[in-house]
Design a protein around this ligand. Structure first.
Ligand SMILES: C[S@@+](CC[C@H](N)C(=O)[O-])C[C@H]1O[C@@H](n2cnc3c(N)ncnc32)[C@H](O)[C@@H]1O
Length: 198
């Protein structure tokens, strides 16, 4: 998966990595910043998604589409698709440009709006990446878990750097017998949950 990334995807990844680094350095306002995951988190979610059971992938919090490009690699490998949700119209516009430039529109569908308005329609979720505003994590977790395929995976970003803010949701996931869960210290900390099969 990582040794034959198409040139168009690699080029767009580099472009977004440079833009994200610039945003962080030049004091761009928070809502305008891309706030995307670092490359090691992108690789981590791609590896997990590639190992998920059969079913669809979803992402909550697209920004300009950087993490979705990593997940698109796993979609190609597994013959499945990703639906990704982005609240802000300007970010959604950038993400559409990312998916066009990277040539992944056949496997990635972007929905502009609040993911919480759509999650009930998504069943048999094999993989979910949750990377939105922290206030929405609990709602998204509760909406996604009942709709996960057996053995399906949910990964939530910022489980270490936002540990205090996310504590109610993290405590819930770590003691929820519908899933096996732990926090992995990679990037900003990833909560990884696997839906139990019984
Ligand atoms: C941290 S950024 C996502 C970064 C992206 N996953 C990446 O690594 O390339 C969070 C994004 O989630 C969006 N967002 C926040 N709450 C949302 C919600 N309820 N539904 C959909 N998108 C949301 C924000 O507008 C923002 O662009």
């Amino acid at each position: 998966m990582f040794y034959n990334i198409p040139q168009a995807i690699l080029a767009r990844m580099r472009h977004l990595e440079e833009r994200d680094a610039m945003d962080r350095a030049d004091g761009t306002a928070r809502l305008q910043r891309l706030r995307q995951v670092p490359p090691e988190t992108g690789k981590f979610i791609a590896l997990l998604a590639a190992s998920a059971p059969d079913g669809a992938f979803i992402e909550i919090g697209t920004s300009a589409g950087y993490s979705a490009l990593w997940l698109a690699l796993a979609c190609r490998l597994r013959g499945t698709t990703l639906t990704t949700f982005e609240l802000l119209p300007e970010k959604a516009r950038m993400a559409e440009e990312t998916f066009r430039a990277a040539g992944v529109r056949d496997v990635v569908t972007l929905i502009q709006g609040d993911a919480r308005d759509y999650l009930q329609d998504h069943k048999d979720i094999a993989f979910c990446f949750l990377d939105a505003e922290k206030e929405s994590y609990s709602d998204c977790y509760e909406a996604v878990v009942p709709n996960m395929a057996p053995g399906g995976l949910l990964v939530a970003d910022n489980a270490v750097n936002c540990r205090e803010t996310l504590k109610p949701m993290l405590d819930r996931a770590l003691s929820d017998d519908r899933v096996d869960a732990l926090v992995v210290p990679i990037g900003k900390g990833e909560l990884v949950c696997r839906r139990n099969t019984q």
